[in-house]
Every structure is written in structure tokens, then in C-alpha cells.
Design a binder for this molecule. Structure first.
Ligand code: FAD
Length: 455
């Protein structure tokens, strides 16, 4: 800071307006703290603007477009007219509705929002650069919630020939690519690849590991692999995309190299934390080898600096960021707080949806297939299963599931595990009929040794 420059002052500065940062700001305001939230791009962060929300909207659009392929299951004949330009406008409208909602929540809570890029000037001072110039902000406490950005493959992205997009670009397409190569078979690549395949692209997913969805249980990955084959998506595992040429992506599998025809490629090979542009050496926080900010259980990174969300270690998920936000805000407000969840549920909005929480193996497991579910029959899709895992004391310690709408079931099992529910607790909980959630009760009955609708 130059001599004579003035700085503003606040109780808490929050850097980043994603699901971590905005949730922290709201919680701090409810604790009576004066809060300034600084965002260099768009309030709502990756999740609302270029992540969870536009991707799930795209996936829903693709589901609708795919209805004609499922008509034999319903006895109906359906036809669909695709208008990719209108579909993009709809995705943007959904995003705008939610981000406006967050802005209004922040306004109503009295959170000050600054547009600009923040860097540490000192351990208690930020400089914030925007189009209007540089402002300075002194704080008592600061929360770093700067999230993450896509890992780039510069050899592919700079080669030219065909458009090479990040996940953000893939969500902004206003035309269906004829031939699409998705590099990376993690959940983002699988979700985007499935959606564009259902909208008409000929899709190949290139994955360097031996299976797609490497973070997921093998049985769940297998269920998705099978369905991708039925949809017409090719999967090349143990393979690496090396280059793009005019009209193709060059892929190496062991010693063999082929040029996969492509009019477009999407790079979805993971994300890296936004910890490298903050002048962190001014504040004494430590980074892990992967560049994530190291924190204590109450999210304290150093001095009066806290960190939450994707910029810290752990699964890069919006609900994890939001849960950590509450902990950091409570800690700053002087309340006892620690981020110590029993489990963090994970969902892939693939086809079928797959979801997992807690342990995948234990003393007792029982799998209830949706072929035995009345609700699955009424919905015309009986694929998939619910598996529950219990320990020697018959306490529920894990659940894995694949099938229609399982994203809505996994939360109940996260609650069961947090509350140390036993098999009997879940089996005795009356689940409404006919719903997919009955499968949870049925699997618990199976674990209790008295299965009802399955032998
Ligand atoms: P972010 O959402 O990344 O927000 C960080 C914000 O900080 C950004 O807005 C950025 O502009 C701002 N910022 C960074 N540096 C500075 C600076 N120096 N100054 C000012 N501002 C700065 N998660 C799920 O749980 N479910 C899903 O279904 C899901 N789907 C996804 C789909 C896609 C395609 C992608 C890419 C991600 C998805 N995620 C999903 C992950 C989810 O988006 C992230 O885990 C979540 O957004 C992390 O929240 P965050 O607050 O830590 O950071």
C-alpha cells in the first residue's frame, strides 16, 4: 500500500462467492459479524455458474430428449424437437434465477459484496483489483473460499484443429457436436459425455485408468459402463489422449495409437485448487503437495485465516464446501466448531445415477435389486440396486446404490450413519409405498435376516 492510501475495514473478509464463500458470509452475518465478500467473477462460484446447476439442467434436458428411446417401457410414443440454442438459454435462465437468489440473500443479510480479485497484502490486509482500480480491505478474520479450476492439457488445448473445451465450455454449447471425445472418465466427464450422447453426439470417453468413475465402487462403475454401452457411448480405458489434429483426437492405448474422429473434445481430467494467486506467502499458511491449503478441524489455516471448500483437501463437492463454511463461520464467532463428518455422500448424475456414502465393505452387506421394487416397475426402469453395509454390531456404516433417482435416496443413509442407526432402525422406519425409498427398508430387512420382497 502506498503512503496515504486509505483502506476499508471489516470483521470478516470472505474471498470467493461459491457455495463455500457465500454460505460462510450468510452464517457470519447471522452471528452479527460485518462481512465483505469478494468475488472476481460471478456470485455462486463454479457450482451455480459453470458446475452443478448448468450440468444438472443439461442432464435433465438430455433425459427429456432421450424419452423416445424409452417409449417401449411406457407404451407411449414420444417425439422430441431439439433446439440447442433455446436449451442453452434455458440453462442460463436457471443459473440466473439461482444466482439472483443468492445475491438477494446476501443483500438482505447485510453482506457487502465487492467485485474484484483479492490478494493478501499483509496478514491482516487484502488488496482487491477490479476494473475500477485497487481497493484495500483490513480484516479481523478472513476466509479463503477461492475454489478450484479445471486442470488444462496444454498439448491438446493449444494444438488447434478442433474446438477443445473445458467442462464450462461444454455447458455453453449451442449446437450438438457430431463426434465428441471426452478426455477423462471421472464424474464430470461421464455426466457430460452421457448428456451429449443422449442429445445426439457420437461420444467416446478416454480414461487413463482401468475403469471410468475411478472414485466410485467398482459395481457402481460397472452399472454405468453397461448403460453407456447401450446408449452408444464408446469407452477407451487405460488410454491417453495425446494430441488433436484436424478432425480427430490421437489416443494411445499401450503401444497402439489411433485417431478418433472428433468434431469437438472436452477435457475433464480433474481440477486444481485456486491457492496460487493469493500471495499466500504473506500469511504463513501451508499448502499440501497438491496445492490445497492445510487446515485444522475448525478450518483455521494460519493466524486469523481460515479456508474452506475446493481450495482445501477432501472431495471437491459443493455440499462439503457449504458444511465447512458453517464450521469456519462458527469458529470465527467463537463457538466450538470442527469439521468432522462421519461421512460425505457422493452422487454421480450418470445413467443410471450412482451414489455412495461411507464404507463399501463391512461385516454384513445386503443388496436389494430394483427388479423387486414396485416403484421401479411403475417408472419403467428396473435397473440397479441398493446395497447397505453394516458392522458387526449391526450399525449401518455404508450404502451404495445405482438406479433411477438414487441421488434422492443417499441423504437418508447419510443421516442413518451420522446418527449411528442400526439395521433395525432402518428396517422399522416406515417408508412410503410405492417409492424408490422402500428399497432402503427392504435392504435393511435383508440385513436383519428377514427379507420381504426378495428371496
Ligand atoms: P467455487 O465454487 O469454485 O467458488 C470459488 C469462487 O472464488 C469462484 O467464484 C472464483 O471466481 C472466486 N475466486 C477465486 N479466486 C479469487 C480471488 N483471488 N479473488 C476473488 N474471487 C476469487 N459438486 C457437487 O456437490 N455436486 C455436483 O453435482 C457437482 N457438479 C459439478 C459439475 C461440474 C461441471 C463442475 C466443474 C463441478 C461440479 N461440482 C459439483 C463441484 C462444485 O462445483 C464445487 O465443489 C464447488 O463449487 C466448490 O465450492 P467452493 O465455494 O469451494 O468454490
Amino acid at each position: 500500500m502506498v503512503v496515504g492510501e486509505l483502506s476499508d475495514r471489516t470483521d470478516v473478509a470472505v474471498i470467493g462467492g461459491g457455495p463455500g464463500g457465500y454460505a460462510a458470509a450468510l452464517r457470519l452475518a447471522s452471528h452479527g459479524k460485518a462481512v465483505i465478500l469478494i468475488e472476481r467473477d460471478a456470485i455462486g462460484g463454479v457450482c451455480l455458474n459453470v458446475g452443478c446447476i448448468p450440468s444438472k439442467t443439461l442432464i435433465h434436458q438430455a433425459e427429456v430428449a432421450w424419452l423416445p428411446q424409452t417409449e417401449s417401457e411406457t407404451g407411449l410414443s414420444v417425439s422430441v424437437d431439439l433446439d440447442p440454442v433455446a436449451m442453452l438459454a434455458h440453462r442460463r435462465q436457471v443459473v440466473a434465477g439461482l444466482t439472483n437468489g443468492v445475491r438477494e440473500l446476501l443483500r438482505a443479510a447485510g453482506v457487502g459484496v465487492w467485485s474484484g480479485e483479492a490478494r493478501f497484502a499483509r496478514a491482516d490486509r487484502l488488496s482487491v483489483q477490479s476494473a475500477g482500480g485497487v481497493k484495500h480491505l483490513e480484516f479481523d478474520n478472513c476466509i479463503i473460499a477461492t475454489g478450484s479450476r479445471p486442470i488444462e492439457l496444454t498439448a491438446l488445448q493449444s494444438a488447434g484443429g478442433i474446438p477443445v473445451l473445458s467442462s464450462s465450455g461444454a455447458l455453453e454449447l449451442d449446437a450438438v457436436p457430431a463426434e465428441l471425445v471426452v478426455v477423462g472418465g471421472g464424474y464430470i466427464g461421464v455426466e457430460l459425455g452421457t448428456a451429449w450422447a443422449k442429445l445426439g453426439s457420437k461420444v467416446t470417453i478416454v480414461e487413463m485408468g482401468p475403469q471410468i468413475l475411478p472414485a466410485m465402487d467398482q459395481r457402481l462403475a460397472r452399472a454405468v459402463t453397461r448403460r453407456l454401452g447401450e446408449i452408444g457411448v464408446s469407452i477407451r480405458t487405460n488410454s491417453v489422449a495425446e494430441a488433436t489434429t484436424a478432425g480427430s483426437v490421437r489416443v494411445r492405448t499401450g503401444d497402439s495409437v489411433i485417431d478418433l474422429p472428433a468434431t469437438c473434445a472436452i477435457i475433464a481430467v480433474g481440477r486444481r485448487p485456486n491457492s496460487d494467486q493469493l500471495n499466500l506467502d504473506h500469511v504463513g499458511v501451508s499448502l499440501s503437495p497438491s496445492g490445497h491449503i492445510i487446515v485444522a478441524p475448525n478450518r483455521l489455516a494460519a493466524g486469523r485465516i481460515y479456508a474452506i471448500g475446493d481450495v482445501t483437501d477432501g472431495p471437491a463437492l459443493a455440499h462439503k464446501a457449504t458444511a465447512e463454511a458453517e464450521v469456519a463461520a462458527d469458529a470465527i464467532a467463537g463457538k466450538p466448531a470442527a469439521f468432522d463428518p462421519a461421512v460425505i455422500p457422493e452422487v454421480v448424475f450418470s445413467d443410471p445415477e450412482v451414489a455412495s456414502v461411507g464404507a463399501t465393505t463391512g461385516d454384513h452387506t445386503f443388496r436389494f435389486p430394483f427388479t423387486a421394487s414396485a416403484r421401479a416397475q411403475t417408472l419403467g426402469d428396473r435397473s440397479g440396486f441398493v446395497q447397505l453395509v453394516a458392522d458387526a454390531d449391526h450399525t449401518i456404516i455404508g450404502a451404495q446404490m445405482a438406479g433411477k433417482g438414487v441421488s434422492e435416496l443417499i441423504g437418508e443413509m447419510a443421516l442413518a450413519i451420522e446418527m449411528a442407526a442400526t439395521v433395525t432402525d432402518v428396517a422399522a422406519t416406515i417408508h412410503p409405498h410405492p417409492t424408490m425409498s422402500e428399497a432402503l427398508g427392504e435392504a435393511a430387512l435383508g440385513l436383519a435376516g428377514r427379507p420381504l420382497h426378495i428371496r
